[in-house]
Ligand binder design. Structure first.
Ligand SMILES: Cc1ncc(COP(=O)(O)O)c(C=O)c1O
Length: 388
């Protein structure tokens, strides 16, 4: 049975061109980038090419502003905890304050909650029915002791795009830097850090057809952070540890391809989601849309729908038996019995949240995949709903 994979927000397959680019750095060119001999220089040069490629994907004018990490979880932790630690070193007087959003990924929320236990004050901005924050609330939330605003670029469960440029403009008026978790934006919408005015930005390669376990943090050159890891002088003293050369090279190549294919991919993903949405909503009643319907504020490729009276777990398993792979939301929370915190913040009841499916399409999906999915989901939902 040919499988149809519609869970690209969880992870994506490694592009064959990425794999080919990585291979020599695990075999013939295996050097440590800190060594000064030929092997070391080969590795160093390859890392610097990758740094340029990642910088280009996000419009950073200086590749030195890119620090490679183990993924976006580390990048987010580094951005948030590193900013706090830097300020704590300067003064310990009144408690420092952060502003974030209630629908962030756990890789932002949990570092914030950790810091709260350490005495840092955190404001979690509420969202509307489609996950949008209010700039008015943001303005009210920023105070004298605010040292960072961290708002994700694109939500990973419903696909809402936050107005990062406006957020940066507002925060800048108060002299507060902005971090954005751009994991679900990279490769799907254009990113230009200079245009946005963002100070810190997190990326993860496995969300745009690169390998897992590698990510990056963009650090605007005037931004000051304390490092989380202490050790060697790698990454200009910003991230200790021998560089994972093959993965870095893979991330660079994936970034290069993502940039080249951005416009075409965005159009393709938008068309497929539109087809899926129309098909499902035409065939089935009592389907609640959690993603903004056909909007500029919705990332290409994502659709979150709640199927009234249908348990998501049963639906996912039945679809899986038919060869269709979807998820109920964040992959990182899929083992949890708790309803999604994102859907709860939208005001969706726990029962409806447990009836929610996130479809996330990718470049290799076809219209035929979408039509098969629509047909099977229609059949399964009707069957489940007809059970006594
Ligand atoms: C919005 C967002 N942030 C952070 C992460 C964590 O990224 P990584 O897997 O690279 O640690 C994810 C992964 O699902 C994500 O979707």
């Amino acid at each position: 049975m040919d499988l149809i994979y519609l869970d690209h927000s969880a992870t994506t397959p490694v592009d064959p061109k990425v794999l080919t680019t990585m291979e020599p750095f695990m075999t013939t060119q295996f050097g440590n980038a800190s060594s000064i001999h030929t092997f070391g220089r080969q590795a160093r040069n390859a890392i610097e090419v990758a740094r340029e490629q990642v910088a280009a994907l996000i419009g950073a004018s200086r590749s030195s502003e890119i620090v490679f990490t183990s993924g976006a979880t580390e990048s987010n932790n580094q951005a948030i905890k590193g900013t706090i630690a830097h300020h704590q070193q300067k003064s310990v007087a009144t408690p420092l304050h952060l502003v974030t959003c209630a629908t962030e990924h756990h890789a932002v929320l949990h570092p914030c909650q950790y810091l709260e236990r350490e005495g840092i004050e955190v404001t979690y901005l509420p969202v509307d029915r489609y996950g949008r924050i209010s700039l008015e609330y943001l303005k009210e939330a920023i105070r004298e002791k605010t040292v960072l605003v961290s708002i994700m670029y694109v939500n990973n469960e419903i696909g809402t795009i936050h107005p990062i440029k406006e957020i940066c403009q507002l925060a800048k008026l108060e002299g507060v830097p902005v971090h954005t978790d751009a994991v679900q934006a990279a490769g799907k919408i254009p990113i230009d850090v200079d245009f946005l005015g963002v100070d810190l930005l997190s990326l993860s390669a496995h969300k745009f057809n690169g390998p897992k376990g590698i990510g990056a943090l963009y650090i605007q050159r005037r931004q000051r952070l304390s490092s989380l890891l202490h050790g060697g002088e790698h990454e200009r003293n910003r991230r200790a540890g021998t560089e994972n050369v093959a993965a870095i090279v893979g991330m660079g190549k994936a970034a290069e391809i993502a940039l080249q294919e951005l416009d075409h991919k965005a159009q393709h993903l938008t068309n497929l989601v539109q087809r899926l949405r129309t098909g499902i909503l035409t065939n089935l009643d009592n389907v609640v849309e959690n993603s903004l319907p056909a909007s500029q504020e919705l990332v290409p490729g994502m659709l979150s729908l709640s199927f009234t009276d249908v348990g998501a777990e049963a639906l996912i398993l039945r679809l899986d038996m038919e060869g269709i792979c979807v998820s109920s939301g964040s992959a990182c929370a899929s083992g949890s019995l708790e309803p999604s915190h994102v859907l709860a913040q939208l005001g969706i009841s726990p029962q409806l949240a447990q009836s929610t499916i996130r479809f996330s399409v990718g470049s290799s999906n076809t219209e035929a995949d979408i039509d098969t999915t629509t047909e099977k989901i229609t059949k399964i939902v009707k069957q489940i709903r007809s059970l006594p």
